[in-house]
Write a protein that binds this ligand. Sequence first.
Ligand code: GLU
Length: 305
Amino acid sequence: MENMLSDIIVSNRKHTANGQVATYIPELKKANGDDLGICIIDKYNNIYCAGDYDKKFTIQSISKTIVLAMALMDNEWDYVFSKVGMEPSGDPFNSIMKLETNDTKIPCNPMINAGAIVTTSLIKGKNLKDKEERMLSFFRKLAKNDSLQINNSVYESEKLTGDRNRAMAYLLKNDGIIEGDVNETLELYFKQCSIEVSVVDLARIGLLFANYGIDIETGERVISENISRMIKTFMVTCGMYDASGEFALKVGIPAKSGVGGGIMASVPNRMGIGVFGPSLDKKGNSIAGLKVLEDLAQRLSLSIF
Ligand code: GLU
């Protein structure tokens, strides 16, 4: 398996030259565009890694899956889905357009920025600090890694350049979709995006969703079966930005990407996969990471369809 993964990394590294690292968050410019790494953890807890698997990067939009799980654990589901929809948007992740044109004014789904800002606003806690601690400890529990931390430079950089997210949050507050303090919600959102992970962490979290919320090592139920199913479904329909349809056809597994270059994939009953390649295509997906997953899905027949 490791030889196969090394082959896949070596043969796809050339694609990194066709993309670019994210620049709209200045701190992300520092990533090395040539990096490419993968980790798979299967349901027998075998861990296989290749390429730049030991690099750290910020989780960015992949955090949206975990925060959605928290929002669904903290609130009645009907309440959550009265504030965020279930449909792919077909627009870029940071689009503001449909917030005005949709009849309901709610964001299309929890995987775009507007929707994720809403799910973040639904996290319970006494104050910002308490919410931040709950969030970080939930991420650590899912990744089974107590050393996960917020990367402060990225967080500051997000804050400095996050005006588009601020605009969406204020609009959502104006329309009564976000209740409570908008600035607190934004702080928490910038922080969740800035949590630093490796592909091993992503594979571990992907495996938990693949295993319907049960920790394979301890047998502990961490997330309900229904919530795990909902997260994987959103990953299929909206997880790869406005390239989710093409990804479903070519790869066919639930996956969520982030502009830090990470992709977390979850193959039901089989494995969790973490991929890292910060050189992105125009839609914001890791350009070589997509090719890696395409190859892997073909070699291991991973498509769920
Ligand atoms: N922090 C990023 C933003 O809000 C996340 C975007 C992403 O990874 O898609 O713009």
